[in-house]
Write a protein that binds this ligand. Structure first.
Ligand SMILES: [Zn+2]
Length: 165
């Protein structure tokens, strides 16, 4: 019974998008840490993606709303755990596919902190890309430029660890 509900919650979390990354769900971003169900009350612990992202409160609300729509759920509490470390490696294959579809290059794999990084162009797959603006539209993303197909594109910054104050 409880297991069934946890599965339902997992499914519903695949429909909750990160407000800064439309159509990439919080589940596919690897943000869902634990789901607990006690007497039809759901407790979701999430791992924040980027420390600089101001969207955590929105995500909390969206997750809560989505979970509460499940018939059996009577209450839902969502918390972010700052003890857990999220890394861009936690993004699922589906998450990477969705990012690319929206012209956002998924972060590089096996990135080491402090390293220079580069990603393949999400449009043509070329690795002949250059960093245009490290800051990008949000703290999470950078603008890159593809020298093959001449498209600018966004890339998620790689995160392996960050410092928590
Ligand atoms: Zn390209």
């Amino acid at each position: 019974m409880t297991d069934g509900l946890i599965e339902e919650v997992k499914e519903v979390l695949k429909t909750v998008d990160d407000p800064e990354l439309p159509s990439v769900s919080v589940a596919d971003l690897g943000m869902v840490h634990t789901i607990k169900v006690v007497n039809n009350q759901v407790f979701v612990t999430m791992v924040p993606t980027f420390a600089g992202c101001p969207a955590l409160d929105f995500i909390k609300e969206d997750v809560k709303k989505a979970v509460l729509e499940l018939d059996l759920v009577t209450d839902c509490q969502v918390e972010f755990s700052f003890q857990e470390k999220w890394s861009t490696d936690a993004i699922t294959e589906e998450g990477k596919r969705q990012l690319k579809k929206h012209g956002i290059a998924p972060p590089p794999e096996d990135y080491q902190p402090g390293q220079q990084w580069s990603v393949d162009c999400p449009y043509c797959g070329s690795d002949y890309t250059s960093m245009d603006n490290v800051f990008g539209p949000t703290a999470c993303r950078s603008i890159l430029y593809c020298s093959s197909c001449k498209n600018p594109f966004e890339a998620m910054k790689p995160v392996v660890e960050y410092i928590i104050n």
